[in-house]
Structure formats: C-alpha cells, structure tokens
Design a protein around this ligand. Structure first.
Ligand code: PMV
Length: 323
C-alpha cells in the first residue's frame, strides 16, 4: 500500500502574541492570539505512507534530517496514523520557500503543511477547524497557518476547542516588511523561552490579562479597518511580551542592537506621517506592519542601515492549499 498527500502552507506573524502554554502535551495556550498569514514565506510538504519502508524518513530542502528532527515529525504523524488506523511508515519531503538569508522560524508553515499533507494521505479529510487542532499539536503558531489573512487562535477550554478561526481576509492595503537582523538559529527556542517566562516572571499574569484585552481591541480596529489602532495595539502587545521575558529568572532577551535600530527607524517614519509598526518574536529579526502601498518607501529608508537583501516585503497570504 502506498498513499500520499501534498500541501502548501504559509507562515504567519502574530500581532497579538501567543506566549505561554497551560498544557505542554496538548499545546494549549494561556491566551488567545491573532496573526497575519504571509504571502512570501511558505512550506510545501509531501507525505507518503508506504508499507515497503520500515521507518519514517524526513527530508527538508532535499537533505535527510537527523533522528531528533525525524522524531518530531513521526510523533506528529502518529496523531493521524492513530486516528486513521494506519500502520505504515512514512516518507516526508518538505521544502521551505523562504527568500535567501531570511532565517525565519518556519515551524508555523512547516507543521501546517505537514498536517494538511497528512490529512490527505491518511484519508482522514478533516475540515479546517479540526485540521488546525491537529496542527496545533505540532507547533502552537501552526494552528493559525491553516487560514489566510488575519486569523485568531482561540485559547479554548479543552484540546477540542482550541483552534483557529479566520477574522478578515486582509485583502486591503496591508503589508509586512521583514528585516533580517541575524539569520542564525535562535539560542533559546520559543518552547523553552515561554516555559521559563510562565514559571518565573512576576509579570506573566498581567501579560495574560492584557493580551486578552489587546485581542478584543485589535478585532474592533480590524473590523473598522482602523490601521493606525491596529498597528499601535500590535506594537505594544509585542513589547509587553518581551517585557515578561526581562522579568524571567534568568532574564531572557531576543533583542540585538540592530533590532532596536529598526524600532527607532519605525518610530521616526511614524513621526513623518507614515503609519508603520514593529513586532518581534522569539528572535532578533523585526517585522514591520505597514500599508503595502507604502512598503517601498519604508524599505528605501531601511536600506540606509541594512543591506537590501535583508529587507523582505510581503503581502497577506492564503490558507493551506492541497497540491
Ligand atoms: O509556535 P511556536 O512554539 O514557535 O511559538 C511561537 C511564539 C511566538 O512566535 C513568539 C508568538 C506567536 O504567536 O507566534
């Protein structure tokens, strides 16, 4: 027996961050979050269940992966194998389409594409809601990559109702500029970083409360297409997430001097009347939320301090596609 499925999923950047789990096993978040799916960054993955192979193989960008990386994929595929009663091993081939030198984390697009491909290969044919529940168990942010545009991940009460819902297709003047400050892999994974913050930061409880309020407010701003409010809420939310890390023991910071430089440039541009807002995740790269129509102007300013190759403009992207 040999059954296969292939799918593409796009990366997303959170405007209201997910930071902290209340259940590590099920990947249940402490707070709901909201993101923008991106056009330029995506992963294509093929899953082939094959009776003739004796173990799982995982190729990423045509390179066979080590045991640790393969185990993550195998454990994730077990969710599908168990539900569908499949006993075969799998061949998984994944390609990350990320502009050169980007070095962006790809767990969101990676696990969303893997989930969508496994969904076809296993014959489970889950709908998007259930697919996001499965993707969540690979990586929290992957929950949101099932949909395009602006997407909310509702924290839910149990494993069965923590999933993503589309909020707005973002087919208006929205763009994002990714500034690559450092393409190297982060030293402290988001998994580790959030765990340390939840366990030791005295600011953590306020973060959860304030993130839920931010989510409420940003949804109002989105419904009114109030870009300025949307950006201000997102920028502050990101700063608050990073503030919780500074309070952790030992303290944690993903910022590099160039990250702060991008923040300064964004603030200057705003003073000049260009609406743009920064956000950062578990790494030093900075993403700038802006109007797509103004992205080239902003890029031009950034090129005074950063190499052109390190500045990537992207628009809103679509949800998962079966290939
Ligand atoms: O999905 P993970 O485990 O890589 O965590 C993502 C955490 C942040 O990127 C910092 C925030 C978010 O909501 O994407």
């Amino acid at each position: 027996m040999m059954i296969k499925g292939k799918a593409r999923a796009h990366a997303n950047i959170a405007l209201i961050k997910y930071w902290g789990k209340r259940d590590d096993e099920l990947v249940l978040p402490m707070n709901s979050s909201l993101s923008l799916t991106l056009d330029c960054f995506y992963t294509e993955t093929e899953v082939i269940f094959n009776d003739d192979i004796e173990k799982d193989y995982f190729y990423l960008n045509n390179n066979i992966q080590d045991e640790a990386a393969t185990k993550k994929v195998s454990d994730f595929l077990d969710l599908f194998r168990n539900s569908a009663g499949i006993k075969s091993s799998a061949m998984v081939k994944s390609i990350n389409y990320v502009p050169t030198a980007a070095g962006l984390a790809s767990s969101a697009s990676g696990f969303a594409a893997l989930a969508a491909a496994a969904n076809v290969a296993s014959g489970l044919n889950l709908d998007n809601k259930d697919l996001s529940i499965y993707a969540r168990q690979g990586s929290g942010s992957a929950t949101r990559s099932i949909y395009g545009g602006l997407v909310e991940w509702r924290r839910g009460i149990s494993g069965k109702d923590s999933y993503a819902v589309p909020v707005d297709d973002a087919k208006w003047d929205i763009g994002m500029i990714v500034v690559i400050v450092n393409p190297k892999e982060k030293l402290i994974s988001s998994r580790e970083g959030m765990k340390r913050t939840v366990e030791t930061s005295p600011f953590y409880t306020s973060w959860v409360e304030s993130a839920e309020e931010d989510l409420k407010q940003i949804k109002i701003a989105i419904s009114k297409r109030d870009f300025e409010q949307m950006g201000l809420i997102a920028e502050r939310n990101s700063l608050k997430m990073h503030a919780t890390m500074l309070g952790a023991k030992p303290p944690l910071s993903y910022w590099e001097p160039e990250s702060v430089l991008v923040m300064q440039i964004v603030r200057e541009l705003r003073k000049e009347g260009i609406p743009c807002y920064f956000t950062m995740d578990a790494g030093p790269n900075v993403k700038i939320l802006c109007k797509l129509s103004e992205s080239y102007k902003i890029k031009e300013r950034l090129t005074q301090s950063f190499h052109e190759e390190k500045i990537i403009i992207t628009g809103p992207g679509p949800g998962v596609t079966i290939l």
